[in-house]
Structures are given as C-alpha cells and as structure tokens.
Design a protein around this ligand. Structure first.
Ligand SMILES: NC(=O)c1ccc[n+]([C@@H]2O[C@H](COP(=O)([O-])OP(=O)(O)OC[C@H]3O[C@@H](n4cnc5c(N)ncnc54)[C@H](OP(=O)(O)O)[C@@H]3O)[C@@H](O)[C@H]2O)c1
Length: 333
C-alpha cells in the first residue's frame, strides 16, 4: 500500500556512454527505493555536490539513472512510523540521498524514518531548503567552533567562499550571533550583498591565495572554510594562537600545501566537517537550532527560485564557482 501516485515527474541524470543525459521525465513509483516515510516533495535545493552528481567527471553519482538532489523538504503523505505521521512537515538530507539513492528533485520520494527531520515550528519547507545542506554544514561549523570556546568577544572570524552556500550562510549565522565576520570572495560585485548579510570587512580571493610566509600576523579567532585549495593555507597561517578552522569543502581545489608551523607553534586546529553521516539525533537538534538561535540573518532573502525544468543552468553554474547565494528548487507544481 503506497500513498505515492503510480507515476510523477522527476529530474533524472543518466549516464549514456561518456555523457550524462539530464532532464525532467515521468518516473514510476515502483522504481523508488524502499523506506518507511513517503514524502510529497515541495522544495529541494542546489548544492555543489548536486552539480557534481550530474557530470560525467563528477565522481559523485553511484547509480544511473539517478534522481539527484541531496536534500528535500515537504509533507509526509504515507508513514509506517507513528512518530512521523502523514501531514508532518519534514526534511531529509545526507546519508545516501541524491548519491547512491534517489534524491530530492522528484515530486515524491521514499526514505527511511531514521533519515527524517520533522521541521521545527517557524521554519517552512522553503526556508529549510534556503538553508539546505550547505547551510546545515555552515551551522555545524559554527557549533563545532563554539563548542571549542569561540564566542563573539574572541575576535574577528573569517569566512571564505562567502558568495556561496556554505560561506554565505556561515556569514549570516555568525553575524546574527554578534560576531565580527570578515568575508573572502572572488566576486567584487558581491561586496554590497555580503555587507548586507553582516560582513564587517571583505578580503579579495587574490589576497588570500597569494604566496605567503609559513606564519603571518595572527588575525582570526576562528574561520569557516569551504574552499580549500590555495585559500586554506592562508587561513591556517593567520589564525590566532589556539584558534581553529572548520573546513568542509574543496570548491577552490582539493590539494593542501601548508607547513606544520601553524599547528606546532600556534596550536591551531584544522577541524574536518562532514554533514553526510551526522547521526539523526544530532541532525534534528541542529535543525531545531537553525529555526531559533542559529537562524541565519535574512533567511530566504538571498535565494533564487528555480523549477525542475530550470535545473541544468544552476547545476552547471555551481560547479563553475558562480554561485550567488542559494538556489531553491520548487518541486511541487
Ligand atoms: N563536508 C560537507 O559536509 C559539505 C557540505 C556542503 C558542501 N560541501 C562542500 O563545500 C564546498 C562549497 O559548497 P557550496 O554548496 O557552498 O558551493 P557554492 O555555493 O558553489 O560556494 C562555493 C564558493 O567558493 C568560492 N569558489 C568557487 N570556486 C573557487 C575557486 N576556484 N577558488 C576559490 N574560491 C572559489 C566561491 O565564492 P567566492 O566567489 O565568494 O569566493 C563560491 O561561491 C564544496 O566543495 C562542497 O562540496 C561540503
């Protein structure tokens, strides 16, 4: 017995020889994976990993055809778990979603109950996807730094890749919590928008990717980096004594060339962030906080709304590094 219609619309990526064919097509309910919770998806979002999942050289998709979309939000329409009854507004992200199991770019989806996060009052499904996986990762990063002792009077905090999803949301969360936040961006035309999100100062990408000494002047009480590459070495050599950077991404490259001096002379810490396997209890608690004390400034104000049929452009743009805020995907017609 299922509450999902026999067929519905989904955006599908399918490997055909050395290409990936993408587009909206009819999808059959019996081709969805098993799971206790059936969801009518209202919203999804575009994350860097979704862009990679729809490219032949992306090394992310584990099945073909794949309905991508590493996050989704909507309403439960069928449930075998009494704690998450039909009618509940929920989201799901992480684990295998949109990678080795069909994801959010689908009018209906079926997921295990242990992946489902009931939405806190005060966070709509659209707002949840304006935050999405990128914003959840930003929140994780803030919490991990604060658990280590970071607080607004510790000093300025640096956020890299600030025009993008992780960076922009980290900036908006930190600013709302009273931090002095500095943003690194490769897009000078984004300066005003980043200031409106709460940036006290802006550094150019060129400034932070230039060749530097093993240690530079101590500047940052903490940092959130989703860029990696040539940016992370700058962050490490300018962190204050005992400070930490929460590192989650490689938008600027996967290779890390640094020295041991920030670690052995300043005691700085490089904290790896991985949102994918976060246990469900911690995931739910973090989402509850995203609706309250971690709610990003101007939530919903820096999103571009697209439909399933419009996805090709944003999926290509995010991998090309041209994100400006977040894309939310209106899935329900
Ligand atoms: N570990 C996890 O759990 C997790 C979760 C979510 C995302 N991620 C990773 O985090 C990264 C960012 O994801 P996102 O969704 O925020 O992507 P995004 O929206 O595309 O943002 C990335 C930002 O990085 C900057 N950037 C892009 N190319 C660059 C380059 N070549 N050199 C330096 N900076 C560059 C750009 O910001 P500026 O132009 O403003 O500099 C861009 O807007 C990705 O690598 C993604 O896979 C990891």
């Amino acid at each position: 017995m299922t509450a999902i219609p026999a067929t519905f619309r989904a955006y599908v990526a399918e490997k055909v020889q050395d290409r990936v064919e993408r587009g909206v097509r009819d999808f059959t309910e019996t081709d969805l994976p098993p799971g206790e919770i059936e969801i009518r998806v209202g919203w999804s979002s575009v994350n860097y990993k979704d862009g990679l999942a729809t490219r032949a050289d992306g090394k992310v998709a584990r099945i073909s055809p794949l309905i991508p979309g590493i996050d989704l939000a909507g309403e439960v329409v069928g449930s075998q778990d009494p704690s998450i009854p039909a009618g509940t507004a929920v989201l799901a992200h992480g684990y295998d979603l949109g990678v080795s199991r069909h994801g959010g770019y689908s009018e209906y989806q079926r997921v295990p109950a242990g992946w489902v996060v009931p939405l806190a009052p005060g966070l709509s499904p659209r707002e949840a996807m304006a935050i999405g996986t990128a914003g959840f990762t930003a929140a994780m990063s803030v919490v991990v730094l604060e658990e280590r002792g970071l607080q607004p009077d510790s000093g300025p905090v640096l956020v890299t890749g600030a025009s993008g999803g992780v960076g922009g949301t980290a900036l908006a969360i930190l600013a709302e919590r009273g931090y002095e936040v500095w943003a690194v961006t490769g897009k000078p035309e984004e300066t005003e928008r980043l200031r409106s999100l709460g940036a006290s100062g802006i550094l150019s990408r060129d400034e932070v990717t230039a060749e530097g000494r093993a240690l530079d002047a101590e500047r940052w009480a903490g940092a959130i980096d989703a860029v990696g590459g040539a940016t992370l070495p700058y962050v490490l050599r300018t962190l204050k004594q005992g400070a930490a950077v929460a590192a989650s991404g490689n938008a600027g490259g996967a290779k890390l060339e640094t020295t041991v001096f920030p670690f052995i002379l300043r005691g700085v810490a490089l904290l790896g962030m991985n949102s994918v396997p976060v246990p469900i209890a911690r995931r739910r608690a973090l989402w509850d906080r995203l609706a309250t004390d971690l709610r990003p400034r101007e939530l919903g104000g820096h999103v571009t709304e697209v439909s399933l049929a419009d996805l090709d452009g944003p999926l290509d743009a995010i991998v090309a590094g041209s994100a400006r805020g977040r894309w939310v995907v209106r899935v329900a017609a």
